[in-house]
Design a protein around this ligand. Structure first.
Ligand code: CO
Length: 272
């Protein structure tokens, strides 16, 4: 029997992580889920981070293409349809870099589309993501709060973090706050809100696809500038939830929905 040649590919693009455990639980997991969901597509991986790809190659002998290399390989293979789905959280600078790369290949495939990141700033997405995140949270008492640590960026898409917090409030989940490492709301903003509330115990969770360096160190590390240390010093009991969002099946489903939307020509990024 001659197997039909696979002419359709879903390229799953992640920042990448050098932490093998979280990579298995998040990136490997969603790629497997995507492969099982879209049976007539081949699933390929690309990592955007040059540093991560270098570490993986030199330390672990794992070679991962960047998006440019992956798309070039697909083009040379004669693939006709490419659906690019990033595991990014917001459509920030990295996502726009990916769009720019994809645009270079727009005449090389019969079809090439890019699905939207997890939080694409539509109210519907934000509500679905908030509901999905709630599933990984314990029932909170009046004096307990979840603080989600997002990456944050100088890019205008940073505004989505505050929007997500608003959506949690509107869903009557008052005790979920969102902070970011590199944008606003800052950790200081979060602490100010916590101090104006009856909250005594904080559960820190990464608003990141993987629980890699930022989650392990910036959030949960023992250094004096980690969020855990700072919140503890501010008098809160701190618990850390060290799982990337990519482990959450409800979050995975949202990305899969975004792939479906992109295939159907619905909500997707435009490659003009
Ligand atoms: Co970073």
């Amino acid at each position: 029997m001659i197997l039909p040649e696979v002419k359709k590919t879903i390229l799953v693009v992640s920042f990448g992580t050098s932490y093998a455990d979280t990579r298995k639980a998040t990136i490997d997991a969603i790629e497997g889920n995507i492969a099982e969901t879209f049976l007539d597509y081949e699933v390929q991986r690309a990592f955007t981070s040059r540093i991560i790809r270098k570490i993986l190659k030199e330390r672990d002998e794992i070679e991962v293409d960047d998006p440019q290399q992956a798309l070039t390989a697909l083009k040379n293979k004669g693939v006709s349809e490419v659906i690019i789905q990033a595991t990014h959280v917001i459509p920030g600078a990295e996502f726009h870099d990916l769009l720019r790369t994809a645009r270079h290949f727009k005449d090389d495939f019969e079809k090439i589309v890019v699905g939207m990141p997890l939080l694409s700033a539509t109210e519907r997405d934000l509500r679905k993501a908030a509901a999905a995140l709630t599933r990984q949270m314990p029932a909170l008492k009046k004096d307990e709060a979840v603080v989600l640590m997002g990456h944050g960026t100088y890019h205008a898409a940073n505004a989505i973090y505050a929007e997500l917090e608003r959506v949690f409030k509107e869903m009557d989940t008052d005790n979920v706050l969102v902070g970011t490492l590199e944008g606003v709301p800052t950790l200081d903003d979060v602490i100010r809100k916590l101090k104006a509330s009856p909250v005594r115990k904080v559960i820190l969770m990464p608003l990141l696809f993987v629980a890699g360096d930022h989650a392990q160190n910036d959030m949960a590390g023992d250094e004096e500038d980690s969020w855990k240390t700072i919140l503890t010093t501010e008098g809160f009991d701190v618990e850390c939830y060290l799982h990337g969002m990519g482990e959450n099946p409800a979050i995975q489903s949202l990305y899969i929905q975004h792939i479906r939307d992109a295939i159907k020509g619905g909500c997707r990024a435009h490659l003009h």
